[in-house]
Design a protein around this ligand. Structure first.
Ligand SMILES: Nc1ncnc2c1ncn2[C@@H]1O[C@H](COP(=O)(O)OP(=O)(O)OP(=O)(O)O)[C@@H](O)[C@H]1O
Ligand SMILES: [Mg+2]
Length: 216
């Protein structure tokens, strides 16, 4: 059964020179345990789609469902967790506190152990007590991914999770994405990176405002 589904999602944005119809009827199904990648040229609407899928934005038409239920206005992190393209770490919290946040919101036990496991696995454990502006973009990106997966969400949306990373860090991030799917999450990843497509169960491309199976 599909954990994340979308039907007929449309979204247009107003611009000074006229409205731009970015999403034109997106249909999507991602099952538990499945890792699906979305490619598409820059500006095709991948981030706009992710914003609708996690409730950051409201579509003009169409529905999004998580576990068969309509997406609530403010989804819980443990239901739908996001790694936004702009990362969105809280600047007033350390990296460790950022990663702990969804665990605390979900009232989970073993917070310190889970935070240490994630930061260690991504090679940033020595930065646990630093604040986001004190670390590089690639280090922020890994912390933002650790935060997104921390509470073992039912749905993970990762927007360009390898955009700022060196080769060694890419391998750690790919391992974590794959493991998150194997632990049962429905994982959707927007990426331009061939190595990410290689670990996918299915590859989609966003073109003309709709999702289609990737041909190559
Ligand atoms: N909040 C917004 N207000 C106005 N226009 C927007 C908004 N969000 C997205 N757009 C427009 O929608 C289009 C798609 O943008 P989006 O960021 O989704 O592309 P993308 O596929 O994620 O690109 P990239 O690969 O560069 O990340 C662009 O033309 C952009 O200007
Ligand atoms: Mg984008």
């Amino acid at each position: 059964m599909s954990v994340l589904s979308a039907r007929g999602v449309t979204r247009a944005f107003d611009h000074p020179d006229g409205a731009v119809q970015v999403l034109r009827g997106v249909d999507l199904d991602v099952a538990a345990g499945e890792l699906v990648t979305v490619s598409g040229r820059s500006g095709s609407g991948k981030s706009a789609l992710f914003a609708v899928l996690c409730g950051f934005d409201t579509p003009d038409a169409g529905q999004v469902r998580i576990g068969g239920e309509p997406l609530p206005a403010v989804p819980a992190w443990a239901d739908c967790a996001v790694l936004p393209q702009a990362m969105g770490l809280a600047g007033e919290l350390t990296l460790a506190e950022n990663v702990a946040l969804p665990l605390r919101l979900a009232r989970r036990s073993g917070v310190a152990e889970r935070v240490a496991e994630l930061l260690g696995g991504l090679g940033i454990e020595q930065l646990a007590d630093r604040y986001p502006p004190e670390v590089s973009y690639g280090q922020q990106q890994r912390a933002a991914l650790a935060r997104a997966v921390a509470a073992r969400p039912r749905v993970l949306l990762a927007d360009e999770p390898t955009a700022h990373l060196d080769h060694g860090s890419v391998a750690a991030v790919l391992g974590l994405l794959r493991r998150t799917a194997e632990e049962g999450a429905a994982v959707l990843v927007a990426t331009h990176h061939d190595l990410v497509h290689e670990i996918a169960d299915r590859r989609l491309v966003l073109t003309g405002g709709r999702l289609a199976p990737a041909t190559a």
